[in-house]
Design a protein around this ligand. Structure first.
Ligand code: SF4
Length: 360
């Protein structure tokens, strides 16, 4: 089983953020969150992966983090070699928190976004350069088995050179994973971005080349890893693996139904999650499309593991029909593998749109 815990609290709201996050929550609300988690979390199955995401999980105090990890280790049984990831922002890290994380997780993911303080200010990230450097030092010293940094490119006020200098800095820190993405204009985000900015699509191939020269393979549209650094949790979920979501707005999938936990207030009251109402066929199409974001795509063996999956032959038929209406050079289609080429990944949205609509 793959477990996802959503910790929705943030110090402030970043300008580009369209996620469910609660800026400025006090210690009392965070304690109430932990209490509800303790009341409601009943695991179902041994944990192959755990992902603690946010929000900003490291905004919890040391005591609260300790309580969180106690819950995790008291309730969960872990498979041998389980991956336990946690997200955190540099400004919220202390030596004690990093030590606690090191004892309890196998993979840390740091939301840096940009190494340029001016650019961070533009997008509403409050972290000072000093705090960033200090946090990197702490995490480096802790020697996590796996370590990711999030970086954004083609940001307002960010030169290409500044982005690549930041990527060099990330690599020097010893990360084995970089999540690298461009912002898209989000309706409910504070930061308004140009709708038709070509910069990101022009820059991306250079980023792919740059990181691949450094030994980082693009294994998913926005994710690059050194060998063995891929995030197992995400890989499992993209491939339709079972997911148990805990915490406000966390999603789950039990192999038949998908569900989403309520927002904080209702979740604290113990309201049942909302069931997703899509048909089994639409759900399969969605799983099929999502994993085409990965370079590996699908093999018959991977597809046969999808709960309630149809036949590989049917998937070959669907992808051929979809490809017939799109560019041929976007697809790799054979009896052994269905995947997108580098060009196809650039247009994943168009491919996914066709797959979502297929047969519905
Ligand atoms: S830290 Fe992350 S979740 Fe929180 S506001 Fe910023 S982008 Fe959103």
């Amino acid at each position: 089983m793959n477990y996802y815990f959503h910790v929705p609290f943030c110090a402030s709201k970043c300008g580009y953020c369209a996620f469910y996050s609660l800026p400025g929550a006090g210690a009392q609300l965070m304690d109430a969150y932990l209490e509800q988690l303790e009341r409601s979390f009943v695991p179902c199955g041994r944990a192959e992966t755990v992902y603690i995401g946010g929000g900003t999980p490291t905004l919890l105090s040391e005591k609260q983090l300790e309580r969180f990890f106690k819950l995790l280790h008291d309730r969960l049984e872990f498979e041998v070699g389980a991956e336990i990831s946690c997200e955190g922002n540099p400004e919220s890290l202390t030596q004690d928190k990093v030590s606690l994380l090191r004892e309890n997780i196998t993979r840390f993911s740091m939301g840096v976004q940009s190494f340029d303080p001016g650019v961070r200010a533009n997008i509403g990230r409050r972290c000072s350069q000093q705090a960033l450097e200090k946090a990197i030092e702490l995490v480096q010293q802790a020697r996590f088995p796996h370590w990711n940094m999030d970086l954004i490119f083609a940001l307002p006020g960010q030169s290409d050179e500044a982005f690549f200098a930041g990527a060099e800095r990330a690599l020097l820190s010893g990360v084995d994973h970089i999540s690298c993405y461009a912002l898209t204009a989000e309706e409910n985000a504070l930061l308004k971005l140009p709708e038709d900015d070509d910069r990101a699509s022009e820059l991306l191939p250079r980023i792919v080349d740059f990181l691949s020269e450094k030994g980082f393979r693009r294994y998913e549209i926005s994710n690059f890893a050194a060998p063995g650094g891929e995030c197992r949790h995400n890989m499992n979920v993209w491939r339709g693996g079972l997911l148990y979501g805990a915490g406000p707005t966390a999603c789950g999938f039990d192999g038949v139904d998908r569900w989403t936990c309520r927002e904080l207030e209702e979740w604290l009251q113990g309201k049942e999650p909302e069931q997703d109402s899509i048909s089994p066929g639409a759900r399969l199409n969605e799983i099929f499309a999502v994993n085409l974001r990965t370079g590996a795509g699908w093999t018959p063996e991977l597809w046969n593991r999808v709960p309630g999956g149809d036949s590989w032959e049917n998937r070959c038929r669907i992808i051929k029909d979809v490809a017939a209406g799109l560019e041929k050079n976007w697809f790799i289609i054979s009896e052994e593998r269905i995947a997108l080429t580098g060009d196809g990944m650039m247009f994943w949205n168009s491919v996914a749109g066709e797959i979502f609509d297929y047969g519905t």
